[in-house]
Design a protein around this ligand. Structure first.
Ligand code: M6P
Ligand code: ZN
Length: 192
């Protein structure tokens, strides 16, 4: 019974390193060997250690997955690095319930949030500490680290959004973020 009680939330963000502390927290680690297919240069991917951590995600799911009206919170950390000339990035996804939106915000490091609409138009938003990103419905999204430090990004999304990874796994985004002359450039790459 919490009536008239002053209580603490079960989860806190540790502001020195932005990790989530509390219970329950879900921790995911994506290593290169599991996600090497997302990168263009498979030979370059094969030259890096298979257990290289590309990114981690900490999430607080306060209600069961699929609940209507709830929210989830997550912190993604994309490591610095490249596969060939392509920066380390997340798998990327659209939402299984495709009309569900999401907020991302930059916490640490420099990156690009790649966004792609249903017509496969792809663009990028610059991510930096304090940047805020509204990812509308029907927009696929992927984070790319373009700096030489960890890219840390917060996220908040509806608990019934779900993840659709299949389309991105099959067709990719219609562009890749490649380093050319020391700068990140979106280069067309259409498999559809
Ligand atoms: C954010 C949210 C999560 C997502 C995570 C990693 O924290 O968007 O829903 O799972 O980033 O991204 P991905 O699922 O594309 O690997
Ligand atoms: Zn999402």
């Amino acid at each position: 019974m919490t009536h008239l009680k002053l209580i603490k939330s079960p989860v806190e963000i540790k502001l020195t390193d932005f990790t989530l502390n509390g219970d329950p927290i879900l921790f995911q680690r994506r290593i290169l060997s599991e996600i090497s297919d997302i990168f263009l240069d498979h030979q370059a991917a094969g030259m890096l250690p298979a257990d290289t951590i590309v990114y981690t995600v900490q999430s607080w799911l306060p209600v069961p997955e699929g609940t209507t009206g709830g929210l989830f919170y997550g912190t993604s950390t994309v490591m610095p690095g490249k596969v060939g000339n392509e920066y380390f990035m997340t798998k990327g996804h659209s939402h299984a319930k495709s009309d569900r939106a999401e907020f991302y915000w930059g916490i640490q490091g420099q990156g690009i949030l790649m966004l792609m609409d249903r017509q496969r138009n792809t663009w990028g938003e610059e991510v930096f500490p304090g940047s805020l990103h509204y990812i509308g419905s029907n927009i696929a999204h992927r984070l790319v680290n373009i700096s030489d430090e960890n890219l840390i990004v917060g996220a908040c999304w509806p608990s019934d959004a779900g993840h659709n990874y299949e389309e991105i796994a099959k067709y990719g985004f219609s562009a890749r973020l490649i380093e050319i002359d020391g700068k990140p450039i979106l280069v067309p790459d259409n498999k559809k």
